[in-house]
Design a protein around this ligand. Structure first.
Ligand SMILES: CC(C)(COP(=O)(O)OP(=O)(O)OC[C@H]1O[C@@H](n2cnc3c(N)ncnc32)[C@H](O)[C@@H]1OP(=O)(O)O)[C@@H](O)C(=O)NCCC(=O)NCCS
Length: 178
């Protein structure tokens, strides 16, 4: 197990976000734009802080061994239906070490226990089996596969996206069983 924890994004993360998000290999797998804007890290950090204050999104820095390694967010909160989306990216040098599996586990706990959501959703491209696996390892179930007609952004138009869901009850039952 890696030493992984989550904390809110701060302005001090701007440089690390800029460096990590500028990697073409990262942009090829997720909705991070490429080329990444020159002030993208700073804008991301400022928007993240504002969004959290206004309860529009809950973006977290993923920290591993005291180093910023990626971002994981609880997004599109619906406080009437108690649903939200989980989205994430990990800096390329840290792929394949189990870090995102741990980070998703931590963010799910925050979403259910601290924020009170009852259903979490997430999506991953069919071409990104590692991301699907991370969700499955945290108990998310695939509920739908759809072609991206633009609803999930313009970048991967025409590609298949898998939708996943995890309910609070499913999560509790898993915790009891383990
Ligand atoms: C995809 C991503 C989230 C995975 O994070 P990670 O920390 O490298 O993942 P982990 O090491 O925790 O786990 C990856 C799992 O996928 C598996 N995996 C990796 N490549 C795979 C492949 N090609 N096919 C099937 N499974 C694969 C690994 O074996 C591991 O499962 P296991 O523990 O059962 O062996 C990370 O690489 C990332 O952020 N990529 C860029 C952004 C992105 O893809 N975001 C998600 C948008 S959909």
């Amino acid at each position: 197990m890696q030493n992984v924890w989550l904390r809110p994004i701060t302005l001090e993360d701007a440089d690390a976000v800029q460096r990590c998000a500028s990697d073409a290999k990262l942009a090829a797998t997720c909705n991070v734009p490429h080329p990444y804007p020159l002030n993208g890290g700073q804008q991301f950090a400022e928007r993240s802080i504002r969004a959290r204050e206004q309860k529009q999104r809950f973006p977290h820095a993923i920290v591993c061994n005291d180093q910023f390694v990626g971002v994981i967010g609880i997004n599109l909160p619906d406080f009437s239906n108690l649903t939200a989306e989980v989205d994430y990216w990990l800096a390329v040098p840290f792929w394949g070490r189990g870090i995102m599996t741990q980070a998703v586990g931590l963010v799910v706990e925050i979403a259910f226990q601290e924020l009170g959501f009852r259903h979490l959703f997430s999506s991953c491209w069919a071409e990104n089996p590692a991301s699907c696996r991370v969700l499955e390892k945290n108990g998310f179930r695939k509920i739908q596969s759809v072609l991206n007609d633009g609803h999930f952004g313009q970048k991967f138009l025409g590609q298949t996206i898998h939708r996943f869901r995890l309910s609070y009850e499913e999560w509790l039952n898993r915790a009891k069983a383990s």
